[in-house]
Ligand binder design. Sequence first.
Ligand code: AMP
Length: 415
Amino acid sequence: MLLCSRRGDLVPAPILSFPSCNLPEKLLQNLEVAGFEMPTPVQMQAIPSALIGQNLLVSAETGSGKSGSFLVPIVSYCAKFNADKPHGERKPLAMVLTPTRELCIQVEEQAKLLGKGLPFKTALVVGGDAMAGQLYRIQQGISLIVGTPGRLIDLLAKHDIELDSVSILVLDEVDSMLERGFHEQVMQIFRALSQPQVLMYSATIPKDVQKMANSMVKDLTIIAVGKPNKPTGAVKQVVIWVDSKQKKQKLFDILTSKQHFKPPVVVFVSSRIGADLLSEAIGITTGIKAVSIHGEKSMKERREILKSFLVGEVLVIVATGVLGRGIDLLHVKQVIVFDMPNSIKEYVHQIGRASRLGEEGSAMVFVNEENKNLFRDLVQILKSSGAAVPRELANSRYTFGSSTNKGEKKRKYGF
Ligand code: AMP
């Protein structure tokens, strides 16, 4: 059961169906074709608020239908605005910024699906594709720009793009954008617009995100769906204490076990080279087709890999953090965290990949002494979600008492 809460002035009642919110008929048809029978909890709350122009800060669990909750109002607004406009007079009306190319591609694809047959076209502005093509596309009278902050700034710096009509700005996975150092670029883009409605989305809402939101807009409606900062309850976490040298063998054991292997599977590792080597080793040792995906692969390669994974040609993807956030791996039921990420928040995102829309999934997580920085937070998360804590983790001195950093300082400096 998802918990929902909202704060803000004049919060409209949640919608229980799409037809109840005065959307263009064709958009309703597109929602039906996409299989969106009824709104998800975040959509129930965010869509009516967004439709009446409120600024939102939305915290929702991974896979909760966040993209739909901003795309439905965007498509609706653009379709209505453009209804009588000849094609040549159409200008960008909305902009979605996300931290990664993959997420941009996914958002744009969903936007196209929802806007099919309507006066609504999209442009993708991300690194890896030629800028000239992207510029040309924008000049063709599109309504929505979906992009990463870095590439957009590049484009805006080099070319004169008319953004005065952009009335809706979405910042998706905003905490990740801040972590990646995009704060200034996002603010630059915001300042280039004429006070748009701002819709900010994030699985977790740390203080810096709230601060940024408050610096952009005065009236902010806050919507929280699920339990922020906690992993989705639908993912069963199984933490396995395993020495670094034994991790590969342990992985092969899982992948070759009828009982434990639940393909398609995503294996998360910490480095690009690690992803390449491990995917090769899986193929050689187990005979299971595995591929790696990470930031060094071209966008075309990444698209092809994701496609072969989604159609079932490939059963195992070995990925770096690039896949951890927001990427829609619809039917993935199992995630293996081979290398623990650097932060517990990233961990929550990674295991969240094993569940879409609250469907049950499982995460097998390899842990050893090298991850001691995360022990305390990890144990808390495991306990709060009712998962077993391995004996070594439960008994570790890093799990209790003062934080690891303090302990290390003490040893190093003697105070
Ligand atoms: P998101 O959290 O936006 O990444 O969405 C997760 C998945 O849920 C995507 O595959 C969406 O296509 C799907 N989805 C979003 N909204 C709905 C809905 N109302 N009904 C059914 N599926 C949905």
